[in-house]
Design a protein around this ligand. Structure first.
Ligand code: 7TS
Length: 408
């Protein structure tokens, strides 16, 4: 299977993967938490700091102009990556978390009042729950939650039944970080838009594994993080529909987001700057677009196909191990394989698996309401990227056998 995709060549672009951990070749299966950066990305960032580091938008001097142009070209590149209509609909944030907090705060201030409802699903990451709870505390709105079934899927009819005249916004994950479920976001948007309810999609786990087209999905907001997309930590994106963003107040005040400031009255800058107070992470932004270009050069469709093959292979492999239960068996999945081993706490399993140089994540994966619903303390989660191999999955299977020998 790996013959059609030159994974050895890909791996040579990620020097971090070459190291040994606990005297074994590192196997990195924690890609849902953060992905590794190819040399192209780290080179582009060091090139930025070595050659044209300068504050943006404020200087007439040469370096500032070069940095500003790089940042604005990056914005256009990101807009193309998600097929946004306008590049000023792309707002740079620290990550998905900040993007969702921006919407929960600003949209909340503009549109939420007592008695209003916000519709989420059971499988959301805490980043797509807590900001909305905070908005509820500020405004008197309440949360409604669409349940999932035991496979980790949501039922569209149930979702439709929870929409009402009180619903002000629907906020859903595109892909579940704990289970890997792909949610039918396009259908969800169709249902919500029947009542003119805007939809925010948390794309943190989707952007690396799916082709995201915000116009095709039809969503009003889309959030993702650079560090889950082969770019550095500390940079992310909020896409928002121009018309809605224009009706929302600024999220933070400071430099760059203003048009004119006086002690009597301040007027705000136009999009996207209204939502980008302060000096942005220009190096991170350059890293992010370099990662997007890297994926395009590698062949994003090939990447997606290969990752699907890896997930299929891992699913079949782990299913064949006695005493292993897969958690999350939705019909449409990507990137993530969560599981439990009979009579073994996930944390103990993770510790032993780490002993074999294999990085998996254990615990609730910042989705405690989902774990409570499933009645489990957490899972062991292997999450994949296109630099992983079937041989690494075989090593994981071997480590699981050792866990069983030692603990089960
Ligand atoms: N939404 C989803 C679906 C996520 O998976 C994550 C991070 C976030 C939001 C927050 O992203 P951030 O970049 O702002 O932190 N998920 C995980 C994870 O699964 N393990 O560590 C972080």
């Amino acid at each position: 299977m790996e013959s059609s995709f030159d994974v050895a060549r890909i791996r040579s672009h990620f020097p971090i993967l070459e190291q040994k951990v606990r005297d074994r070749q590192l196997v990195y299966f924690d890609n849902a938490a953060t992905t590794q950066n190819p040399l192209a990305v780290t080179d582009a960032i060091s090139d930025y700091y070595n050659r044209y580091n300068s504050n943006v938008h404020r200087g007439v001097h040469h370096l500032s102009q070069v940095a500003t142009e790089a940042m604005e070209n990056a914005r256009k590149r990101v807009a193309r990556f998600i097929n946004a209509t306008h590049s000023h609909e792309v707002i740079f944030t620290r990550g998905t978390t900040e993007a969702i907090n921006l919407v929960a705060t600003s949209f909340g201030q503009a549109f939420l009042k007592p008695g209003d409802e916000i519709l989420l699903t059971t499988l959301e990451h805490h980043s797509n729950i807590v900001p909305w709870q905070m908005a509820c505390e500020r405004t008197g709105a309440t949360l409604k939650v669409v349940p999932v079934n035991l496979r980790g899927e949501i039922d569209l009819e149930e979702l439709a039944g929870l929409l009402s005249e009180r619903t002000r916004i629907v906020a859903v994950a595109h892909v579940s970080n704990a289970l890997g479920t792909i949610l039918p976001v396009k259908e969800i948007v169709k249902l919500a838009h029947r009542y003119d309810i805007p939809v925010l999609v948390d794309g943190a786990q989707a952007a690396p594994h799916l082709r995201v087209d915000v116009q095709d999905i039809g969503c009003d907001f889309y959030a993702f993080s650079g560090h889950k997309l082969y770019a550095p930590m500390g940079i992310g994106v909020l896409y928002g529909r121009e018309e809605l963003l224009n009706r929302m107040p600024p999220y933070q005040g400071g430099g760059e987001m203003i048009e004119k400031v006086s002690f009597e009255k301040t007027t705000y800058n136009e999009l996207p700057y209204k939502f980008e107070a302060g000096t942005p992470d220009v190096g991170g932004i350059i890293g992010l677009t370099t990662a997007i270009n890297y994926l395009a050069t590698t062949g994003f469709d090939e990447v997606i196909r290969y990752e699907d093959e890896l997930l299929d292979y891992a699913t079949r492999k782990l299913r064949s191990i006695d005493g292993v239960t897969l958690i999350g068996t939705a019909a449409r999945k990507t990137g993530v394989l969560s599981f439990l081993i009979d009579n073994v706490h996930p944390y103990d399993a993770g510790t032993i698996i780490d002993h074999y140089g294999i990085a998996v994540r254990t615990g609730h994966h910042c989705a405690q309401p989902l774990m409570d619903y499933l009645g489990i303390p957490g899972t062991i989660r292997a999450s994949f990227a296109f630099y992983n191999t079937t041989a690494e999955i075989d090593l994981l299977a071997g480590a699981i056998e050792k866990v069983k020998e030692m603990l089960a």
